[in-house]
Structures are given as C-alpha cells and as structure tokens.
Design a protein around this ligand. Structure first.
Ligand code: 8DG
Ligand code: MG
Length: 134
C-alpha cells in the first residue's frame, strides 16, 4: 500500500568545509526541523535532475558537481521516504532561502547540535565518516 517517496537530498559543502542546512517551513512535514535542502523526485526525472531543480528552487544555487553519499530508507508513521543523498561539491551562486527558510553553514562536528527529522541521524553519521572534504 504505502509507496516509498523518493527524495533527492543535497549535502552542500562550502569552500571552508562547512555544510549548509535550512529550516523546514512550519507547515510542511517535519516543519521547524533543520534539513539538508532537497525535495521529491518527480515523474520522468532522474535524481540528479531533481537535485539540481530543487536546489535552484529552494536555495538559488546551480549545482556543478556531485558525489554519492548515502541512501537512507526511513518509515515515518505517516509515510516512508528514500533519502537519496548526494554531496554537492561545487556550485555557483550564493545560497539563500527562496521560500523564506533560515539557512546556516555549520561545521561537520556541529551537526549534532541541530534538530533534524529522525531519518537524518544516519545521514549525519555518513557525513562524519565520509572522506569527502571538498
Ligand atoms: N529535503 C529533505 N527532506 C527530508 C530530509 N529528511 C527527511 O526526513 N525528509 C523528508 C521530509 C519530507 O517528508 C520529504 C521531502 O519532502 P519535501 O517537503 O522536501 O519535498 P519538496 O521539496 O518536493 O516539497 P513539496 O513540493 O512537497 O512542497 O523527505 C532532509 O534532510 N531534506
Ligand atoms: Mg524540499
């Protein structure tokens, strides 16, 4: 019955090694929590296309290079998501929340200080174990 929602997620690496997080608008699923920007893969779209589109729509950057990070499947009571998560190692533009979201650059070892959706714990561990540094 419950289908898995495929989500393209970008872990955006700044030149100083920090990572961009954004606060989900209150009215959305997991509203108020911090996230790595991204959104649902639409029909006919590849995950890379979705990632590029979502990061342009949400935070006004153009993706130039990505590397796979991890895939996390998580069952929330209301839905199941597959977070298809990519490092964004090069981009153009200056990120800003086009949908009014607060954004923040944080050091890798400070991610634990923010409240993310439950599925993200596994992403944060993958980041902290990854050798990608930009
Ligand atoms: N973008 C993003 N979504 C996440 C993260 N962690 C997590 O559990 N999710 C969940 C929340 C949502 O149920 C789903 C992503 O949906 P979304 O609301 O970002 O999708 P979207 O940008 O396409 O938005 P919309 O068109 O539905 O308004 O994945 C994360 O770090 N980033
Ligand atoms: Mg989104």
């Amino acid at each position: 019955m419950s289908k898995v929602i495929h989500v393209a997620v970008g872990v955006i690496l700044g030149r100083d090694g920090r990572i961009l997080i954004a606060r989900r608008p209150d009215h959305l699923h997991m509203g108020g929590r911090w996230e790595f920007p991204g959104g649902k893969v639409e029909a006919g779209e590849s995950v890379q296309e979705a990632l590029t589109r979502e990061l342009r729509e949400e935070i006004a950057i153009d993706v130039e290079a990505i590397q796979p990070l991890t895939e996390i499947r998580h069952e929330y009571p209301e839905k199941t998501v597959l977070l298809d998560t990519w490092w964004v190692t090069a981009f153009s533009g200056e990120p800003r929340g086009l949908e009014g979201q607060e954004t923040r650059w944080v050091a890798r070892d400070e991610l634990d200080h923010y409240q993310f959706p439950d599925a993200n714990q596994a992403i944060i561990e993958a980041i902290q174990h990854s050798k990608v540094t930009g």
